[in-house]
Ligand binder design. Structure first.
Ligand code: GUN
Length: 283
């Protein structure tokens, strides 16, 4: 059996087009475009690529991209000062501080300084709390993108067994909360789980977000399961995910490729969050 390959690139392009289509009405109503501020600190090559792509996608959607590039000697106090100015700037609807920050910077303090209603990453504890308690808030982009991909395969997610592999604040934990919000039965497996594969084998839905190339083997996947691979691992042979794609696609019912699966959805959801934040601020 050969799995359906979930075309994240195409699904992301549709979402970006839907967001872009709503920008003119926002402009007409407010006299301005939604604004996304992106802050990049230091010279990390991968982060620089992500930030460039986010800026381009923001402009392509008809929104304003406000970019701040700071040296890796930037202090926590300087970053907090910038975030404070962006919080107060009426032209800024969304603020994204690209992670990881240099080791000397207090990352948590920076995240907590962002106005939760401009926190388009959804990383602020207020937004994590809103997600966990079922309140409206801004939801982390990558897990939100995973849900949108899953819905293309499963219009009704309720009652499905979902296993999330990994428990990071950026993906694993919010992913589990979003699946729970969809009424899935959710298990989170992590580095201290005694037999992760035994849990994964029960799952109708597997979301792999551990950052270990090929961590999930085909033998751990239930035949017909839907597999969402969040991993973006740079190896000698190129970009690979957390799932052994070649073998797993012979077992799964549907699977995301790397690249071209979850990755494009993250940026599309960032644009979506920026529009949502802008509309709520104006509303
Ligand atoms: N670094 C890797 N992924 C992300 C993300 O989604 N948001 C931010 N701010 N930094 C990241």
């Amino acid at each position: 059996m050969s799995a359906t390959i979930i075309n994240g690139k195409a699904i992301a392009a549709e979402l970006r087009a839907r967001v872009a289509a709503q920008v003119p009405a926002f402009r007409d109503a407010t006299g301005r475009a939604p604004g996304l501020a992106v802050v990049l600190v230091g010279e990390d090559a991968a982060s620089a690529v992500y930030v460039r792509n986010k800026g381009r996608a923001t402009r392509e959607a008809g929104m304003e991209s406000i970019e701040h590039r700071l040296p890796d000697t930037t202090t926590t106090a300087e970053l907090l000062d910038l975030v404070g100015r962006l919080n107060a700037d009426p032209a800024v609807d969304g603020i994204l501080v690209q992670l990881p920050l240099p080791a000397a910077v207090d990352t948590q303090a920076v995240i907590e300084a962002i106005d939760p209603d401009k926190d388009v990453d959804g990383f602020h504890p207020v937004n994590a709390g809103r997600l966990a308690t079922g309140l409206d808030g801004l939801v982390p982009c990558t897990p939100l993108g995973c849900i949108l991909l899953l819905r293309t395969i499963h219009p009704h997610l309720a009652g499905l067994e979902a296993v999330v592999v990994g428990r990071s604040n950026i993906v694993g934990k919010p992913m589990a909360q979003l699946l729970l919000r969809e009424s899935c039965t959710v298990t989170v497996v992590h580095s201290r789980t005694r037999d992760a594969f035994a849990h994964i084998r029960q799952a109708d839905i597997v979301v792999a977000a551990v950052g270990i190339p090929g961590f999930v083997p085909a033998a751990a996947i239930k035949p017909g399961a839907t597999v969402i691979d969040v991993g973006i691992n740079r190896t000698d042979t190129g970009l690979v995910g957390d799932v052994d794609f070649a073998a797993a696609s012979e077992v799964a019912g549907a699977i995301t490729p790397v690249p071209g699966g979850v990755g494009p959805m993250t940026i599309a959801c960032l644009l979506r969050n920026t529009l949502v934040a802008a509309a709520r601020r104006e509303g």
